[in-house]
Ligand binder design. Structure first.
Ligand code: SF4
Ligand code: SF4
Length: 482
């Protein structure tokens, strides 16, 4: 019994060391101490096993209990049948298509006061929104950009520079082949293989394909760029859009998101909007050179809500915080897409246990400074059973910090870096209902329930205290971000 116990204990020691090392790398304040404590505990156990034979049975029992727990947690439960239906599975009654004009950003940016659009929207369509929107509009889209870090200029400039990229590429979002480019006769299977690999080669971290469900297409255009005011309020007809979508996720780097709601985090959001604009536009133009239409979906052109599209393309499920939760990255992603009429082979929606995990976790809701994420149960909203984020109060908080906040994204257990340690936990959670109840408790124990911004690489670090006042830069209010 002595030697098998020592082997098990050595394994326990190595695991504790690995956990400590990973947690230090992730700049976790509490987890490394627990890891180091467990490593010391394993040394104490070794001492008992070697020199107190009578105590060995206790450790046999403890290790047996630990191994049994791991086995029980791995017993698979049935996949979530609703998740496997894709975003359509969220619908419990008939839904009307979302109107892009109702989105907070569109209302702030694309309904200028004293215009006919203003009268149309606030006098005819939504008078109840006028007062709140007028107050919010005065603050600017992100308030004073980077105000939480006194507008620290290097980081705010990073954000602004990256947000410029979608702006540059937006006019080329809709790529239509000319007569010199007849449709290629490529087989759908081959085309799918090439498209997915091309997207990854261009920099997408995950790629999926789906048929476009018309329910997710906006009913009317609401975001106006490049002075195309004639488009405001125009109906978007599903038949005018290509029927397939290549949906791409880009990972937001954990070493920036961990600073949320400070400026490194919004600089990283912006960098990803830049990446997404590039990815989706190149792909749109690839389709065109192959003789098909390609319509990039990025922050200068959305015809369709992207989270349900990503669910349909098998890239994740929707979490309590209202974002897509991807298997490898959780909500620490941005979504982009390219619509096309080139025939492709769609992927299938997946079930990774998000719904049940979120029921027990609630960390994002507890940490949200504007209380925009519900603590309670799902509600039916426009035919869909979901946790309904209050987008207006969330967006209002952005103007207080001058960033896109992202605390909910940063604290989510699914957002932890894609390391072997977290991959094992995700494997358990995707597989077993018991794990979805067990791991939220473990996550709280190891990482705490409250959000504290963590350190970032020195080159991204923003000045604090008195130093921050000295570095008091600022770009002034602007509505052109995002
Ligand atoms: S971004 Fe911030 S304010 Fe908005 S829901 Fe997340 S935590 Fe709340
Ligand atoms: S923090 Fe918890 S409740 Fe919120 S989305 Fe992530 S897993 Fe779900």
């Amino acid at each position: 019994m002595k030697y098998p116990l020592l082997v098990l204990d050595a394994l326990f020691f190595l695991l504790a060391l690995y956990f400590t090392w990973e947690s230090i790398r992730e700049d976790e304040p509490r987890a490394p101490k627990i890891g180091a404590g467990l490593a010391i505990l394993s040394l104490i156990i070794a001492g008992f096993v070697l020199w107190v034979p009578a105590a060995r049975w206790i450790f046999v029992l403890c290790f047996a209990l630990g191994i049994l727990t791991l086995i029980l947690l791995a017993i698979p439960t049935k996949p979530d049948a609703r998740a496997l239906q894709g975003a359509q599975g969220l619908l419990v009654s008939e839904a009307v298509r979302h109107d892009e004009r109702d989105i907070s950003f569109a209302r702030q940016r694309s309904i200028p006061p004293e215009t006919k659009y203003y009268d149309e929207y606030y006098k005819k369509l939504h008078p109840e929104k006028e007062e709140w929107d007028a107050k919010r509009r005065k603050k600017g889209l992100l308030g004073n950009p980077g105000s939480i870090d006194k507008g620290y200029r290097p980081n705010v400039a990073m954000m602004a520079a990256s947000f410029d990229m979608p702006n540059f590429l937006g006019p080329f979002a809709d790529a239509v082949p000319g007569p010199e480019s007849p449709p290629s006769e490529i087989a759908p299977q081959k085309a799918t293989e090439i498209v997915k690999n091309l997207a990854r080669q261009l920099g997408a971290d995950m790629v999926g394909i789906c048929k476009v469900n018309p329910n997710w297409i906006y009913s009317h255009r609401g975001e106006i760029f490049y002075d195309k005011w004639d488009d405001w309020g125009k109906e978007i007809k599903p038949e005018d859009l290509p029927p397939y979508a290549v949906v791409m996720l880009t990972e937001m780097k954990d070493n920036c998101v961990r600073s949320a709601p400070h400026t490194p985090s919004v600089a990283e959001s912006a960098r990803n909007y830049g990446r997404g604009a590039y990815l989706s536009t190149v792909l749109a133009w690839w389709f065109t050179h192959m003789g098909y239409r390609g319509v990039a979906q990025h922050s200068r052109r959305y015809d369709i809500a992207l989270p349900p599209l990503a669910v349909d393309a098998g890239l994740g499920e929707i979490g309590r915080l209202g974002y897509l939760m991807a298997p490898k990255f959780g909500p620490r992603i941005r979504i982009f897409a390219t619509l096309t009429d080139m025939p492709l082979i769609p992927d299938k929606p997946i079930s990774i246990g998000v719904d049940e995990f979120c029921k027990h976790c609630k960390k994002c809701a507890e940490s949200c400074p504007s209380k925009s994420i519900p603590m309670g149960d799902k509600v039916i909203y426009n035919g869909a059973l979901k946790w309904k984020l209050n987008a207006d109060s969330c967006f209002d908080f952005w103007s207080k910090v001058g960033t896109d906040c992202s605390i909910c994204m940063a604290i989510c257990p699914y957002s932890r870096p894609d390391t072997p340690l977290h991959r094992v936990v995700r494997w358990y959670v995707a597989r077993s209902s018991a794990a979805r109840k067990f791991f939220p408790l473990i996550d709280n124990l190891l990482y705490g329930r409250k959000w504290h911004p963590k350190p970032v690489p020195a080159w991204l670090d923003y000045p604090k205290g008195k130093e921050a006042k000295k570095e008091s830069y600022g770009l002034g209010k602007s509505n052109n971000f995002g």
